[in-house]
Design a binder for this molecule. Structure first.
Ligand SMILES: Cc1cc2nc3c(=O)[nH]c(=O)nc-3n(C[C@H](O)[C@H](O)[C@H](O)COP(=O)(O)O)c2cc1C
Length: 240
């Protein structure tokens, strides 16, 4: 009798699992952004619907751009070049919440700048270990050079950061000796404001238009995952 019931239960479980996975499609969301969805997740005693969560992600990213100690201050940034993926850490410099844009600064002589000229596809990965929260953003990059955006960003860049743009030889060029690539004058001190201006012609801004955001929250009672598709204006929960 027990065996029959067990077998029936197993069959039911198999059937429900089959249904679950056969309808799963990572590129399809089940709730449109304009519809109300009252399912949600409770984080630190606060209840978040998908809509709340989307807003919360962007507030967290904004904070990351503003606070150097915030774990969302840096991202792993991936680019594509001739079918090869390159990853590197970059500082998140600016976030435009409404526009869903993120800005990064770099040397226009760098490999990533060249790679982004070939393909605007870009992926950003953020992880906050304390909050146990990961965000993966896929988007399109726009390269800014010698325009109003780089002008404002350069003016806000302090001399210690400007120093990075003063290497005599471009980044990634092989060297016979380990070196910073800087003029010896700047080996142990920052350039003055006036000296730092020489780096301006190497300075560029990469702005990223987010097309989707994949959110994952690790939790002992079961992880939670959500997906926001900004192109299709859809959002949904995903199986983590
Ligand atoms: C914590 C950290 C922050 C970094 N921030 C930046 C940045 O904001 N911009 C940048 O161009 N490189 C930054 N780098 C250096 C890059 O990771 C990378 O090594 C360098 O830019 C060369 O990359 P590429 O050859 O792919 O262009 C950072 C590295 C670390 C470790």
């Amino acid at each position: 009798m027990h065996q029959v019931r067990d077998r029936r239960k197993k069959k039911q479980h198999k059937a429900s699992t089959k249904t679950l996975y056969s309808t799963f499609n990572p590129h399809r969301c089940y709730s449109n952004m304009s519809t109300t969805n009252n399912t949600g997740v409770t984080i630190n005693d606060l209840f978040y619907t998908l809509e709340d969560l989307d807003k919360d992600c962007w507030v967290r990213l904004l904070n990351g751009s503003l606070k150097s100690k915030d774990e969302f201050h840096t991202a792993a940034v991936a680019t594509l070049h001739n079918g090869n993926i390159s990853l590197r850490t970059m500082v998140l410099r600016k976030v435009l919440v409404q526009e869903k844009q993120l800005h990064f600064h770099t040397d226009i002589r760098s490999k990533k700048w060249e790679e982004l000229q070939q393909s605007k596809n870009i992926s950003l990965l953020f992880y906050n270990a304390a909050a146990k929260m990961q965000m993966r953003i896929n988007g399109h990059a726009t390269l800014h050079y010698n325009n109003a955006i780089t002008e404002t960003a350069w003016e806000k860049t302090g001399v210690s950061s400007r120093r990075s743009y003063l290497t005599i030889v471009p980044p990634s060029i092989p060297s016979a000796v380990p070196t910073s690539g800087l003029d010896e004058a700047f080996a142990f001190r920052n350039p003055t404001q006036e000296e730092s201006e020489a780096g301006k012609h190497n300075f560029g801004v990469v702005s990223v238009q987010a097309l989707s955001l994949d959110w994952l929250w690790l939790h002992h009672a079961g992880h939670r995952r959500a997906f926001f598709d900004y192109e299709k204006k859809e959002r949904c929960w995903l199986i983590p």
